[in-house]
Design a binder for this molecule. Structure first.
Ligand code: BTN
Length: 326
């Protein structure tokens, strides 16, 4: 995953901001022939970049495709820590194990792994996650907050609030949160969050926040079984959405709300979460591993659990499960 000469050349074109970059200088610097540089230019064009050339001056970037590359994300990035290290992949099975591995090897807080496609995207409860190439945001964020493992479920709720705010800023749509971590638009799923932990008994070592967002799919691009229950931002706003900008905006809100949570506790987040919730106040069925119960969702606890009030007045706290609306 180290940067190749090709990546470095592309980065140079971006940094030149439309000014020409000398092919000869790049060739000399990296010990390549000018033909090798020309071949890279042809590869960039094939990937959707528009590149111009001026005789004796070099190559310049005219426009970029909507890729979630490091340079495209960093063009929009305004964070202090999150997204400073980007591991960009064109394809992988799932970004989650890659992020786990990097976290174990000492990756910094806020490092991200992002891929244009996943061949075996993972959802909650061992489900699969459809990750169509170049159409969504398939990203794992490595977080290393000073928290206890018991606080991990709250981070999922923090992330849900951050993603809602980011989607709102970029598209003007306001998704609703379905406990614990689905974002819906018009009742259909647009985002899923998968939180995985590396922890000692009393301290989180790393939290791998897997974020999947359906961004630019058309209706026909969802697998049959998802067609009636999933949607994309493009379908809802009737326009392509710039994925790299959305990634950068998510990272800003995530950094802001995780910091707020770590310094001020869960209360401010809980209020925001409840304001975006589609679950609270509804009659729901909670499907858990060993039982299914029905009741009114009356709130979330300070730990991030869902509180159900059953018909006999008993209050049950749900730690993990699926919620179905009656
Ligand atoms: C869910 O709603 O079930 C959670 C879906 C999480 C999907 C994301 S996409 C990026 C990361 N890599 C994965 O394999 N899964 C998560």
């Amino acid at each position: 995953m180290t940067s190749t000469v090709k990546d470095k050349f592309l980065k140079r074109l971006f940094e030149a901001n439309g000014e020409p970059v000398s092919g000869q200088e790049i060739a000399d610097e990296f010990g390549l022939s000018r033909t090798a540089i020309w071949k890279y230019v042809k590869e960039f064009e094939k990937a959707g970049y528009e590149i111009g050339s001026i005789r004796k001056k070099g190559y310049y970037l005219i426009s970029t495709p909507d890729l979630v590359t490091e340079v495209n994300i960093k063009k929009h990035l305004q964070t202090k820590r999150y997204g400073k290290t980007v591991h960009y992949l064109e394809t992988c099975d799932s970004t989650q194990p890659i992020a786990h591995d990097l976290a174990q090897k000492g990756a910094a807080d806020g490092t991200i792994v992002i891929s244009e496609e996943q061949l075996e995207g993972k959802g909650r409860m061992a489900r699969s996650w459809a990750s169509k190439s170049y159409k969504g945001i398939w990203m794992s964020v490595i977080l290393k907050p000073e928290l206890t493992p018991q606080q991990a479920p709250q981070i999922t709720l923090v992330a849900a609030v951050a993603i809602v705010r980011a989607i709102e800023e970029v598209t003007a749509l306001v998704p609703q949160i379905k406990w614990p971590n689905d974002l819906l638009v018009n009742g259909k799923k647009i985002t899923g969050i998968l939180t995985e932990l590396q922890a000692d008994p009393d301290q989180i070592k790393a939290l791998i926040l897997g974020i999947g967002i359906n961004v630019n799919q058309d209706e026909t691009e969802f697998p049959d079984e998802l067609a009636s229950i999933a949607t994309s931002l493009k379908i809802e706003v009737d326009n392509e959405v710039n994925r790299a900008k959305l990634v950068a905006t998510i990272l800003s809100y995530l950094e802001h709300y995780v910091t707020l949570y770590v310094t001020k506790g869960f209360k401010p987040i809980k209020l925001l979460w409840e304001s975006y919730s589609t679950t609270i106040g509804k009659n729901v069925r909670a499907v858990m591993l060993r039982e299914t119960i029905e009741g009114i969702a009356t709130g979330i606890t300070d730990e991030g659990m869902l509180e159900l009030t059953l018909t006999d007045g008993t209050i049950r706290k749900i730690y993990s499960g699926d919620i179905e609306f009656n």
